[in-house]
Design a protein around this ligand. Structure first.
Ligand code: PHE
Length: 464
């Protein structure tokens, strides 16, 4: 596509909110709080923060810079950087194509629960077996997925400034207000269980923030670092082309490193708040044992039970909670779709409308297969990392645990060793901006990040 015709975000706020919208997603809400509680509270948080400022920052700023410099989609950007590295672009485009269908299926689950709480049926949603009954049904999950996919397509069809930016500018502030409100509420509750034990939200907060005594052993620090790194990598939406696509819509006069810093603060802030929202509430009503669940188990089984126990407020809080999750999930899905649409537009000279429809149909077909993976096509296999998997888990494993680290390692080698880090730092400082973390950046992209990513990849394959 001609550079002059390329859509762009109107300014730095539009870019930051759209990118933060991508970064803030299910990972922040259903995985971060659980990992923090499991890995010794404060220890995890400290390691996560350090990694966010070094490792996360490096990967994120690299991708945004590649996008802005090349003004190309993920599919075509790597080829512009270096002809020989074109195949990496293909891989960076396949990743979002794999993620899109199952992300929409999960988005559909959120729609279902939002509607349940909205219509006052939260009590049923909290019953044992409700999630499995819904999930194994052959039609409702498909219908809900279609609603979610349609919503996402409408935003992307609107274009970069009038669709994605406008949507993010409305949704992200709303998300912040909702999560703040529920977090504060969560801290004010207390409950006495059948055994006469009273637990309060504030006590639950200690589990999240205060490092467990004796938690800083070498073994613990190592495994916590691996957990934090995996989480961070996923949470910042790197290695799947998204940040390249969004960077390509960023105006040249915007301070790039400042904007990337803001995205990080946003993403990490929301993750911490999600912890404040979830950990105390689960602790109050379910005790420490209740904190065993993460992922779908936490969101669709444990939390509805917690809302139910809140009494009269339960349905309201449940409804607000699922509205918030829906906001977080749609802005992420929009970014996945945009990475693909921009690739089709730049790589195959398609119009936005046609590109969106084409990917919509692909996601629909694969999404149906994912839904049927829980009934008609049911099977169980064990993945190399030990997890028992269905279609959804396999797609998640291949994209997140295998392909994404490969794309990220490839990007580090290309930028750190072939193009040299100056290629990126020149883009960051193109308007004479200061780049305070320059030295750190060079060391990270050349040495530290690729080694850490390799460790992540080896761990996922079960080799170490
Ligand atoms: N970064 C999002 C999160 O933290 C997840 C995501 C995955 C977003 C894939 C876009 C694409 O949940």
């Amino acid at each position: 596509m001609n550079k002059k015709e390329r859509n762009s975000f109107t300014g730095s706020i539009g870019f930051v909110l759209a990118a933060a919208g991508s970064a803030v997603g299910l990972g922040n809400i259903w995985r971060f709080p659980y990992l923090a509680a499991r890995d010794g509270g404060g220890l995890f948080l400290i390691i996560y923060l350090i990694l966010a400022l070094t490792f996360g920052f490096t990967l994120l700023i690299t991708e945004v810079s590649i996008g802005r410099k090349s003004k190309q989609s993920p599919l075509t950007a790597y080829g512009v950087l270096s002809k020989k590295w074109k195949p990496l672009g293909i891989l960076a485009c396949i990743v979002p194509m794999m993620i899109m269908p199952y992300y929409c299926v999960i988005g559909g689950w959120v729609v279902k629960y939002f509607l349940a709480f909205l219509t006052g049926a939260g009590v049923q949603a909290a019953e044992d077996g409700y999630f499995t009954r819904f999930n194994t049904d052959t039609s409702t999950p498909i219908g809900m997925m279609i609603v979610f996919l349609f919503l996402t397509m409408v935003v992307v069809l609107g274009g970069v400034d009038k669709g994605i930016e406008k949507f993010s500018k409305i949704i992200m502030p709303l998300l912040v207000v909702l999560i703040l409100f529920i977090s504060i509420y969560s801290l004010t509750i207390s409950h006495t269980d059948d055994a006469g034990v009273t637990r309060s939200g504030l006590e639950g907060l200690k589990i999240l923030f205060i490092p467990e005594e004796g938690s800083a052993t070498f073994q613990n620090v190592f495994s916590t670092t691996m957990d934090a790194m995996g989480q961070l990598f996923y949470s910042l939406s790197v290695a799947m082309g998204i940040m390249i696509a969004y960077g390509s819509y960023m105006k040249d006069d915007i301070n790039l490193s400042k904007s990337v810093g803001q995205i990080e603060v946003f993403d990490t802030g929301i993750a911490f708040l999600a912890g404040v929202m979830i950990i105390p509430a689960v602790y109050v009503f379910m005790g420490r044992e209740g904190m065993q669940a993460s992922g779908p188990g936490l969101m669709f089984v444990s939390l509805p039970k917690v809302f139910l126990q809140m009494g009269k407020m339960g349905n309201v809080i449940g409804c607000l909670f699922f509205a918030m999750v829906l906001f977080a999930a749609t802005t992420s899905a929009v970014s996945i779709l945009e990475a693909i649409v921009s690739s089709f537009m730049d790589g195959f000279h398609m119009e936005r409308k046609h590109a969106t429809l084409l990917e919509g149909v692909i996601a629909l077909i694969l999404g149906i297969v994912v839904c049927l993976g829980y009934n008609k096509f049911y099977f169980e296999i064990t993945l190399p990392n030990g997890a028992v998997a269905q279609v959804l888990d396999i797609m998640d494993y291949v994209s997140n645990n295998l392909l994404m680290p490969v794309v990220a390692i490839g990007t580090c080698i290309l930028v750190g060793w072939i193009l040299k880090p100056e290629y990126i730092t020149a883009e960051i400082t193109r308007n004479g901006e200061k780049f305070g973390r320059r030295g750190l950046y060079v060391i990270m992209i050349k040495y530290v990040a690729p080694v850490m990513l390799l460790a992540l990849l080896l761990k996922a394959t079960g080799i170490v």
